[in-house]
Design a protein around this ligand. Sequence first.
Ligand SMILES: [Zn+2]
Length: 60
Amino acid sequence: MIDCIICGQSFDPEKLPESPEAQVGILLAQERFNDEGRVCGECLISRGRLAMMYDCQFRR
Ligand SMILES: [Zn+2]
């Protein structure tokens, strides 16, 4: 288990959610924030959801 660098909650980086929001969050972690594997599923989801709302690159 790893402690999330954002909220401090421990999580399993092998078991991240598969929702579209989480996928965008993972992409951002890889390409923008460079913290993949250190942020929990819930934080990835909120990051992904914000990006989908405010970042044209991720709008569908
Ligand atoms: Zn978190």
